[in-house]
Design a protein around this ligand. Sequence first.
Ligand code: S6P
Ligand code: ZN
Length: 187
Amino acid sequence: MEYKNPLGVDINLETGVIPGAKKLVRRLSDLKGYFVDEDAYSELLKENPVVYEVYAVEQEEKDGDLNFATTVLYPGKVGKEFFFTKGHYHSKADRAEIYYGIKGKGGMLLQTPEGKAEWIEMRPGTVVYVPPYWAHRTVNTGDEPFIFLAIYPADAGHDYGSIAEKGFSKLVIEENGEVKVVDNPRW
Ligand code: S6P
Ligand code: ZN
């Protein structure tokens, strides 16, 4: 039997960086078609800001193993819509996931394949359980980076297709200075 080595790393709780992790950067240009207000999207694309960064420690895609990753989701809006992650189902759709809020303010939109949506607010210390089969997207509703940890099965995979096409049935927007979860007119 060959055993893998255990690993302990310290997440930088201010920046979200995991030393030695693989870094992925998503700019606004990577989110084409995701936001409802296309004019606001084109305008902001001139600056093409970084929307989020992911620091991932991933294992081979094997049953029983675990991955973990932090996400640093920057504050910002496209029109009224707050910055968000792309959102995905897992390729193995029955794989669950745990999120843990580290810094900043935001929340998670979850959705079943039939379009039933849930919004869960997240603060530092909030644990979110993502059950099997639910798509999940995080949203930064604050004015500083929203940082969280995700722990997920190594064989879960990411299925971005249907969210990229149709989005979520709900949008998270700012209206009159308030955070509102409203129906997506394009759904
Ligand atoms: C992976 C986990 C997170 C996200 C990350 C970026 O299962 O849910 O690490 O990958 O927050 O979001 P997305 O939707 O672009 O993968
Ligand atoms: Zn996931």
